[in-house]
Design a protein around this ligand. Structure first.
Ligand code: SAM
Length: 216
């Protein structure tokens, strides 16, 4: 399988957009999911790949990024993990809100490339990793930010157990979620909700009511 050049692929197939709820952040994004998904499969000469999540600013992530920009004390001076970072939007918001450092983690190498590109566009510095760290010990993070990760049961269940162990160890964790099916039913405290503009192609609706939750 050829990995091609993810950064060149992203530059060629996306445009710089400002997510509706987070206009402070510019991201390399696609406007439709099917064409870029097909092109990713062609680039990698592989079918059945997961969607190119990194090419969209998901509603859960937009809500969490908005919350952080409006409440910089959440992350200011703190070591932050942006887990399932996708485009890197949440970590970029955290650096703009004066986080001490951000580690953006996503298992998709295209996401890693998009995070590097988007960090550069926004003039912030992010550390980026592609390991599957679910279940690992706390890597020195004070705050864990999780944007829109509850769309698949096994993943959501693994994250729930792991995040509770990190919170029990003293970290603070927030989840941004637009009502995905596998959002945990307990152990969360709702902080704020936003109406996030989205597209019918992506979400079957024009607006999603999206909440930021603190893990308790
Ligand atoms: C719906 S996207 C959300 C992206 C971003 N947080 C946002 O809100 O725009 C979910 C992301 O989680 C990543 N992901 C899935 N499983 C993962 C894992 N085990 N570790 C890290 N990232 C993972 C996917 O590659 C994808 O980029």
């Amino acid at each position: 399988m050829s990995m091609g050049d993810p950064a060149a692929f992203i530059r060629a197939n996306t445009m710089l957009h400002e997510p509706p709820l987070v206009p402070e952040v510019k991201l390399h994004l696609a406007s439709e999911i099917v064409p870029i998904w097909q092109m990713t499969e062609e680039e990698l000469e592989k079918s059945g790949l997961p969607p190119p999540f990194w090419a969209f600013a998901w509603a859960g992530g937009q809500a969490l990024a908005r919350y952080i920009l409006d409440h910089p004390e959440t992350v200011a001076g703190k070591r932050v993990l942006d887990f399932g970072a996708g485009s890197g939007m949440i970590g970029i918001a955290a650096m703009k809100a004066n986080a001490a450092s951000v580690l953006s983690v996503d298992i998709d190498p295209f996401a890693a490339a998009s995070i590097h590109l988007n960090a550069e566009v926004n003039g912030v510095s992010l550390n980026v990793a592609t390991d599957d760290i679910v279940g690992s010990a706390n890597g020195g993070w004070d705050v864990i930010l999780i944007g829109d990760m509850c769309y698949e049961r096994p993943l959501a269940e693994r994250i729930e157990t792991w995040v509770h162990s990190l919170v029990d160890g003293g970290a603070t964790a927030y989840i941004g979620d637009p009502g995905r099916t596998y959002l945990p039913k307990s152990g969360l405290e709702k902080i704020v909700s936003y109406a996030v503009k989205t597209t019918r192609e992506l979400e079957d609706t024009d607006v999603r009511n999206t909440s930021v939750w603190r893990v308790i």
